[in-house]
Write a protein that binds this ligand. Structure first.
Ligand code: ATP
Ligand code: MG
Length: 440
């Protein structure tokens, strides 16, 4: 992709309205623009990151046996009256009336909608278990939308729902999502820590939040320092196997958000307890028959008995993650994208656009890398070197490959790793093979 044609409105000045670094950098790097309070447009660079995160979520959900669907953003108020949440949800719910005076709402979550789908089309115990999810925009009229996409009013969430015959089976579904979440965050390049959490107004007892440690996090978190040192489960997990041992390993070490933490009863000695700020990037819980009973979601057992299904829900804040990754990975010059979610792999800088020798080398590198499947953002603009380097550091692509008039004479280019900042003078071919090898 040629930067001269790309829509990348970077800003030199720090936007005054942004209080935290991820919000500042997302605006400065031209990733998002605010449409109204807590509602954002995603520009090309930001949208690419969002899609990368989504893809990882889709792949890990598939590995764990969950199936993607897509439910609408607008839902009928009557469905939420059945569960009793239409009134209970309060002012966070955006309520809408259509031209026929039917009351609708912009979904803040989809327990009711998915339960209706399962209720209407699943009748027999033989059809369970099922695990369905979607990645869809949600609306919550947050009282204080802030920190950019981290606490928006409209935001993108992956929300999944499991349906099982009994607690034992529901626990297996819960465990598979627990493990899938650990893997998802690790693949994104984040260390997310599962924390015992309050299951909130939805009720239920099994509940974990996944939290990334960052100074700007909205909640106080407490954890055994041994938990912070643990490595995520390998990518060869067999999701058909019993995952309880992995679950035990991760949940036997103490961790809790401030809502659940009780200093008087904390089992961890003070010297082993880490107290920090955290960003919640996911939340999973088991809620039994809390929705299936009021909504009448039951299956017929072999003996003819009707049984309400046992449910769980599993959320990941997809758009919040874009900000959370930046909170976890940046420096004074800008964003440092983890490879897996970087909007492009390589920023190719032509220091002297219009110079025949430089253009030839840069265009050739662009073509070779692109053919090999490497995503290249090629800065072919007629700009000063300082502007090009500053923009490239700001947008944080993992590799910077610089073609300049001096090096080109002797067939040399410069390769810089954004994280760490090491620079190497290399022949064109070895620069190419380094980038290709690192990706393999
Ligand atoms: P919070 O405590 O941050 O308000 P929540 O408990 O209301 O979160 P859930 O209903 O569990 O959130 O939603 C699942 C995930 O969606 C959260 O873990 C979070 O990552 C994300 N999320 C929730 N609210 C927002 C929001 N206003 N903006 C962006 N992401 C959000
Ligand atoms: Mg909330």
């Amino acid at each position: 992709m040629r930067l001269s044609r790309y829509f990348l409105p970077t800003l030199k000045e720090t936007p005054a309205e942004a209080q935290i670094v991820s919000h500042r950098l997302m605006l400065r790097a031209g990733m998002v623009r605010q449409a109204s309070a807590g509602i954002y447009s995603w520009l090309p660079l930001g949208f690419r990151v969002l899609k990368k995160i989504e893809n990882i979520v889709h792949e890990e959900m598939a590995a764990a046996g969950a199936q993607a669907v897509l439910m609408p953003t607008l839902q009928l108020a009557d469905l939420w009256r059945e569960s009793g949440r239409y009134d209970a949800y309060g002012p966070e719910m955006l309520r809408i009336t259509d031209r026929h005076d039917r009351e609708m709402l912009y979904g803040p979550t989809n327990e009711e909608q998915i339960t209706q789908i399962v209720r209407d089309d699943i009748r027999s115990y033989r059809d369970l278990p099922k695990n369905l999810y979607h990645i869809q925009w949600k609306f919550r009229d947050e009282i204080r939308p802030r920190f950019g996409v981290m606490r928006g009013r409209e935001f993108l969430m992956k929300d999944g729902y499991s349906f099982d015959l009994d607690f034992e089976s529901a626990k297996r579904s819960y465990n598979s999502m627990f493990v899938a979440y650990l893997r998802t965050y690790a693949r994104i390049g984040l260390k997310a820590i599962p924390m015992r959490a309050d299951s909130g107004p939805i009720g239920g007892d099994l509940s974990h939040e996944f939290v990334i440690l960052a100074d700007t996090g909205e909640s106080a978190v407490f954890a055994d320092k041994a938990l912070l040192a643990m490595d995520p489960p390998s990518d060869t997990i067999d999701f058909e196997a019993d995952l309880e041992p992995i679950m035990q390993k991760w949940t036997s070490l103490y961790s809790a958000t401030d809502e659940k933490h009780d200093p008087a009863n904390c089992p961890v000695p003070a010297e082993d307890l880490v107290e920090a700020r955290g960003i919640e990037v996911g939340h999973i819980f088991y809620f039994g028959t809390n929705y299936s009973e009021p909504l009448g979601c039951a299956v017929t057992m072999p003996d003819g008995e009707k049984r309400f299904v046992h449910g769980g829900s599993y959320g990941i804040g997809v758009s919040r993650l874009a900000g959370a990754i930046i909170e976890a990975s940046h420096d004074d010059a800008g964003i440092i994208w983890p490879d897996a979610v970087a909007p492009f792999d390589v920023g190719l800088i032509n220091l002297k656009s219009g110079d025949d020798a430089c253009d030839t080398v840069a265009n050739d590198l662009d073509a070779k890398l692109s053919t090999a499947g490497v995503e290249v953002l090629h800065d072919d603009r007629d700009e000063r070197a300082g502007v090009k380097f500053a923009d490239m550091d700001l947008i944080g692509l993992p590799w910077q490959l610089t073609v300049g008039p001096r090096g080109v004479k002797s067939g040399m280019v410069e390769l810089k790793r954004r994280a760490g900042g090491e620079k190497q003078e290399l022949s064109i071919d070895s620069a190419l093979s380094q980038i290709l090898d690192k990706r393999a």
